[in-house]
Design a protein around this ligand. Structure first.
Ligand SMILES: [Zn+2]
Length: 234
């Protein structure tokens, strides 16, 4: 078996759940009483932009009141101390990995704390509401939308993700359902090229059978224990 140097870590809602951040999936397809298709699709934004902006203003505000948990902190420590390649690919749109101190983070589904200008394509850090149509800091047009990948839109930076998967010796999936593509397919991309694969999740997921090893339990317990073990090898 080849030595482990390059690691790709995919994180999902299960990592942020213990910080109090819920998702559509937790609530059986409803999120703050809204259906996915009413607030998280380009069609919804075209149909009722005020509803969508108000919804994301609420989420953006809520995220800023949450704190990173022991799983975020353990991953930040691994990022700081792992001497080889490492990339945290997150499906989460909160900034809890970064606030825990992680640097090598790629947000494939965008970020609550960014705004994207549909006029000039600039992305700007954004913590305030968008409902009142503030001007874009780059071009001045009132054309900002949440910088979040909606259902039916292409995730960000897929080329970088696939490059990292090709180069990794270990792929770890943490707190994801294994149900949403393309992320659900990453384990097969990695293992087809000879990487070891590990799932850390609260319970067996739809994708569990694709992994060499699965460890089940709360992220705040299984992630720090795994990180301890990895850093003991360094
Ligand atoms: Zn602009």
């Amino acid at each position: 078996m080849r030595p482990i140097r390059n690691i790709v870590i995919l994180t999902g809602a299960g990592v942020s759940a213990e910080s109090g951040i819920d998702t559509f999936r937790d609530a059986g397809g409803l999120w703050e009483q809204h259906r996915v298709e009413d607030v998280a699709t380009p069609e919804a934004f075209a149909r009722d932009p005020d509803l969508v902006l108000r919804f994301y203003d609420m989420r953006r505000s809520a995220v800023q009141e949450k704190e990173p948990n022991a799983a975020h902190r353990a991953l930040a420590r691994l990022d700081a101390e792992w001497p080889h390649g490492l990339l945290i690919v997150t499906q989460n749109v909160d900034d809890l990995h970064e606030r825990a101190g992680a640097k090598r983070v790629l947000h494939m589904h965008g970020e609550h704390l960014n705004a994207w200008c549909t006029a000039c394509d600039a992305r700007s850090p954004w913590s305030a509401p968008l409902l009142d149509r503030p001007p874009c800091p780059a071009c001045g047009e009132r054309a900002l939308r949440p910088d979040v990948v909606w259902f039916g839109e292409m995730p960000y930076r897929m080329d970088e993700i696939y490059d990292a998967l090709r180069a990794c010796d270990l792929f770890v999936s943490i707190g994801t359902s294994g149900a949403v593509y393309p992320a659900a397919g990453f384990v097969r991309n990695a293992r087809d090229l000879g990487a070891r694969t590990l799932e850390l999740n609260l319970e067996p997921s739809q994708g569990s059978l694709w992994f060499d090893e699965c460890r089940h339990g709360p992220a705040t317990e299984v992630v720090p224990a795994w990180v301890e073990g990895m850093l003991a090898r360094v």
